[in-house]
Design a protein around this ligand. Structure first.
Ligand code: ADP
Ligand code: MG
Length: 251
């Protein structure tokens, strides 16, 4: 299968207190269409920076990133990001209007009635039917994240970039959202890059896991995860896979 995204020898540094801080050092990997890829690594190793580069929000110093054979030079509705923070919704707009907002800007070829239907459909897919007229402050953290995911998916991005989206959730809600995300991924055949510091979460979700080391980073290892889905966290294969990745992170 051809690669949807090609990251070739990317380096990135920031200037901090007038000193150059190297964050990413010659990072390379490819992502196939339809793949679910996770990235794990210690705090501060450059995971968010890497997603920002793929999203087109940051410029890289060296190397290049190709998305469908075109170099990434800025943001695009084809590459949408979901963040960890619960405050990524507009507080003054209802759940429905939050999901509609990017559709109204980017999908004007779709009639308004159909845009509303689309937004409702994705809210239903994340199990938020009945909450269309709620405001963000009336929602739990998990419901806010589901709204953010519905908003991203309704745009039908070719690649979804998720930066620790479940990182601030309790374990029960997190497990529930992992299942919802996998269902959505299968249904819409999405391509997802998912950053997490939770190794178990990476094993539950992804086809492949990239392990990054301490900054300035290149990739430490890439682990293929062919465990059958739905994945059983208590199976020997699952536990062995978690240990394999844990050992790589620890190295
Ligand atoms: N805009 C920025 N300006 C200066 N330094 C930054 C900026 N963004 C990130 N950094 C630095 O880059 C490093 C990697 O950050 P980040 O990508 O957020 O790591 P992670 O997501 O893996 O925790 C950190 O040392 C951070 O302070
Ligand atoms: Mg981060």
């Amino acid at each position: 299968m051809t690669s949807l995204l090609k990251i070739n020898n990317i380096s990135k540094s920031f200037i901090k207190d007038s000193k150059k801080v190297d964050v990413l050092n010659k990072v390379s990997f490819h992502v196939k269409k339809g793949e679910f890829l996770s990235i794990v690594g210690p705090s501060g190793c450059g995971k968010s920076t890497l997603l920002g580069l793929i999203g087109g929000f940051e410029e890289y110093d060296e190397g290049n990133i190709f998305f469908k054979e075109e170099e990434i030079l800025g943001p695009s509705p084809n590459r949408i990001m979901v963040f960890q923070e619960f405050n990524q919704l507009f507080p003054w707009q209802t759940v429905l209007k939050n999901v509609l907002f990017p559709l109204n800007i980017n999908k004007t070829e779709i009639q308004l009635d159909n845009r509303i239907e689309l937004a409702k459909h994705y809210l239903q897919m994340v199990k938020l039917e009945g909450y269309e007229n709620y405001y963000p402050h009336e929602l739990s953290g998990g419901m806010k994240q589901r709204t953010a995911i519905a908003r991203a998916l309704a745009m039908k991005p070719e690649i979804l970039l998720m930066d620790e989206p479940f990182g601030s959730l309790d374990i029960e809600t997190r497990t529930q959202l992992q299942s919802i995300l996998i269902e959505l991924w299968k249904e819409i055949k999405a391509t997802i890059i998912f950053v997490t510091h939770d190794i178990e979460e990476a094993v539950v979700l992804s086809d492949r896991i990239i392990v990054m080391g301490k900054s300035p980073t290149s990739i430490r290892d890439t682990i293929v995860n062919n465990l059958d889905r739905p994945r059983d966290r208590l199976s020997t294969g699952f536990i062995e896979k978690v240990k394999e990745i844990y050992d790589k992170v620890k190295e």
